[in-house]
Design a protein around this ligand. Sequence first.
Ligand code: ACO
Ligand SMILES: O=CC(=O)O
Ligand code: MG
Length: 353
Amino acid sequence: MRSPKDFFRPLAVGAPDPVREIPFRPSRMIHFFDPSNAKMAAKVPDIAGKVDVLLGNLEDAVQADRKEAARAGLVDIAKATDFGDTQLWVRVNSLDSPWGLDDLMTLVREIGDKLDVIMVPKVEGAEDIHYVDRLLAQLEAKAGLRRPLLVHAILETARGVANVEEIAGASPRMQGLSLGPADLAASRRMKTTRVGGGHPGYLVRTDPVGEDLNAGRQTSQQDLWHYTVARMVDACAANGILPYYGPFGDIRDTVACEDQFRNAFLLGCVGAWSLHPVQIEIARRVFSPEPADVRWARKVIAAMGDGTGAVMIDGKMQDDATVKQCRVVAELADALAARDPELAAAYAATDED
Ligand SMILES: CC(=O)SCCNC(=O)CCNC(=O)[C@H](O)C(C)(C)COP(=O)(O)OP(=O)(O)OC[C@H]1O[C@@H](n2cnc3c(N)ncnc32)[C@H](O)[C@@H]1OP(=O)(O)O
Ligand SMILES: O=CC(=O)O
Ligand SMILES: [Mg+2]
């Protein structure tokens, strides 16, 4: 086990100092694109202005015979594009694949100065993060990088979920975790065939009302992902890193996508993946607090003065704990407004009401 004193020393001579805190940068949508797909790649400069995070996906959904083209495509796009203050992330191939090592070696060398976060799929335990941590330090030193790359792990195996707390705290590079419901379902031997979202068969039913077991009984669909998202959120909060819902594969069903994203937002996630342009706006809407909630939060903060004691506002008791919740909402609104002028105007308008 590493000594806590070593935690903030670089893991290779010449590598940049690790960060001490994960900066909060808006990341409501992590927009996936396949850099080997000419049509998607052509849209990157336009999409970059519309999303918080653009992610070049090299892993699943890229055909095996396109892996090298995707890696080379991402290098070309990163070199040619000015991303402004939009973050550039990459999802590399898994550590046991034939491509993962070359992905890391090529990308850090060629575009390490442009990348913000490396998303690592199928992380099973702290040992995977320790491997990536040391390797990145060596590669950063070789490339002469001044800023450490951050690491984001996908929670998508049963073992990964069992080890989630260790993974979240495995390195100062850990930026966040995403739920990967598709691989996780397979790893757990769940009987779904979807990418995230609910299932009509997963339900609870009210008690029978008489002899007829079928008459008058209400059913209610339950959330397959509640346990995992909640556990992920706790692991992230306990380690000062950020939780995200991952993919929602039914692109056509924008309504259920919005529900899934909102559940994650309410439980503590800061963003989700957008797989198709139609999901970008959904994530923007859901992961930005409602202007009415921001107004309420600011009202409670103002009324609570130094944040202690109890007051009544509109018939509701406020105290030290509610003001803390309100600060979460108000601080998120401020951070998002600094990046999103439309949102800034919407939040300012509520102050004037
Ligand atoms: C379980 C997991 O690992 S999830 C993460 C991995 N999966 C992904 O990354 C999937 C990313 N998305 C995609 O591959 C595609 O969106 C698909 C395959 C789902 C649908 O693609 P299409 O059938 O082309 O969708 P559609 O016809 O609606 O696309 C409309 C336009 O948007 C473009 N487009 C689609 N998705 C994207 C995207 N993610 N980024 C940029 N442009 C996109 C299409 O190229 C098309 O362009 P055109 O108008 O110039 O023809
Ligand atoms: O990679 C994502 C998943 O759901 O699997
Ligand atoms: Mg996956």
